[in-house]
Design a protein around this ligand. Structure first.
Ligand code: SAM
Length: 271
């Protein structure tokens, strides 16, 4: 599957945007998919990259990635119901195709990512008036200047925080709480054992070795997030729903496991 015109050569962390895209596209190609994502399929076809040789193919991983993306979609859809003209910030947005899955035709979307990933996104998914792209590190609060908070803000950081250092995660949450009263931040976290394995270079699947993931958090640690800033008023886990086959049967049981990946939604107090 290397017929496209775009040939990305990305560093280890930006390349993870191709990993998530690949898994969403693999899952979306199934007739019984848990997440319709035709734009992801189109992008994989357009990008000249040896996806399968590099990332392998594992239907369970693809399904889990799609179910994770669906958690974010539900949060964004709820937000757009409440704030139809609000701003959705995709922090570490990569080649996320969420705007093609849940856009309401009225909201503003801002994709923030490192310069090389943002440049690739610009070429593949050109910005328009309602879908902007900003080349900026999430750890530098300068990106917040590009967000108009007037009609509500939801920050969606899907697959980002694990690549930051714990102190950067804390500072990011605090800065968002300070800057976006009444807003929310949805993110996912890998458990601590996973972060340790990545640091040891032990997250390897054939040719592909995942980059270090300095921030890990177990599912029973979410309460600590409220200490990042007094304006963090609500901490809620967002559980994957539905699924297919064994994944469907196991997901409700997995909730009892503390050392597992999780998706968390934070709400910030109004001033
Ligand atoms: C695993 S990918 C997730 C991409 C997308 N959110 C998705 O779910 O398909 C991680 C993304 O985070 C971006 N990233 C990593 N560190 C970043 C930083 N400090 N600031 C902004 N983006 C960053 C990478 O370039 C990459 O696009």
């Amino acid at each position: 599957m290397t017929g496209g015109a775009e040939r990305p050569e990305l560093g280890a962390v930006p390349e993870t945007a191709l990993w998530t895209l690949w898994h969403r596209a693999v899952e979306a190609r199934r007739p019984d998919t848990v997440l319709a994502d035709p734009k992801a399929v189109e992008l994989v076809d357009r990008i000249d990259f040896p996806f399968e040789a590099r990332f392998g193919s594992n239907a369970t991983v693809s399904q889990l990635q799609a179910l994770r993306a669906a958690c974010f979609d539900r949060e964004v859809a709820d937000f757009l119901d409440r704030c139809p003209r609000g701003t959705v910030v995709g922090l570490g947005d990569g080649l996320e195709t969420q705007a093609w899955r849940v856009d309401n035709g009225r909201a503003d979307w801002l994709s923030v990512d490192l310069p090389e990933t943002a440049a690739l996104r610009e070429r593949l998914l050109p910005p328009d008036e309602r879908h902007r792209i900003l080349a900026h590190s999430a750890t530098d609060p300068g990106w917040m200047d590009a967000v108009d908070p007037t009609n509500g803000v939801l920050i969606s950081a899907d697959g980002l925080l694990m690549y930051l250092r714990p102190e950067e995660v804390r500072a990011l949450i605090a800065a968002c709480a300070e800057r976006f009263p009444g807003g929310s931040l949805v993110f996912d976290a890998v458990p601590r054992w996973f972060s340790r394995r990545a640091a040891e270079g032990k997250l390897k699947d054939r040719n592909y070795q995942a980059p270090p993931m300095p921030f890990g958090m177990d599912a029973d640690e979410h309460g600590k997030l409220a200490t990042a800033h007094p304006a963090v008023t609500d901490v809620r886990e967002v559980y994957p729903e539905g699924g297919r086959g064994a994944v469907r049967a196991l997901l409700p049981l997995a909730r009892r496991v503390k050392r597992r990946p999780s998706v968390v939604a934070l709400r910030f107090a109004e001033h």
